[in-house]
Design a binder for this molecule. Structure first.
Ligand code: HEC
Length: 127
């Protein structure tokens, strides 16, 4: 762990979570695909990153196109199957625990290790 003079480990982690939240919500916008929308078309804050059916379909057939994006919160089955370390690796390499990329339209991200850890620390805070 990187120690910052005068900051407790808890404060350090709060900074990491804040950075992860910024990356996930503002830079990458995971919620656009992974959060369902309400009837009025707003992202449903009560189901934040809980998994969603996409509201876009490709004009031409794209092999393996996924119509749904999974629950990214720790209570979802993905966390139980993968665990946090595999999620970090996935965000760094674009490859899951079996070495496969995700199906489209899930992008293959190549985040730095620090950024991938920050996003996963943020996801940990969701329920
Ligand atoms: C453009 C829409 C889109 C965005 C943006 C997006 N996802 Fe996804 N994601 C998907 C879809 C669709 C799937 C389902 C694909 C699959 O299961 O192979 C998916 C699957 C996943 C999976 C499971 C992959 C697998 O192989 O089972 C993880 C983990 C994931 N996304 C994390 C994230 C995170 C974290 C972010 C933000 C950093 C993000 N996604 C942003 C659409 C998106």
């Amino acid at each position: 762990m990187v120690m910052i003079a005068g900051a407790s480990p808890a404060q350090d982690n709060a900074g990491v979570v804040e950075r992860g939240k910024y990356l996930a919500e503002n830079a990458i916008r995971c919620q656009d695909c992974h959060t369902p929308k309400t009837e009025t078309g707003e992202l449903d804050k009560a189901k934040w990153m809980k998994g969603a059916t996409l509201d876009v379909t490709p004009l031409k057939t794209i092999p393996k196109w996924h119509k749904t994006a999974p629950d990214l919160t720790p209570s979802g089955t993905l966390w139980k199957r993968w665990g946090p370390a595999a999620l970090v690796t996935f965000l760094e390499t674009g490859k899951g625990p079996k070495g496969n990329p995700a199906d489209p339209p899930m992008p293959a991200y190549h985040l730095s290790h620090e950024d991938a850890v920050a996003v996963v620390e943020y996801l940990k805070t969701l329920n």
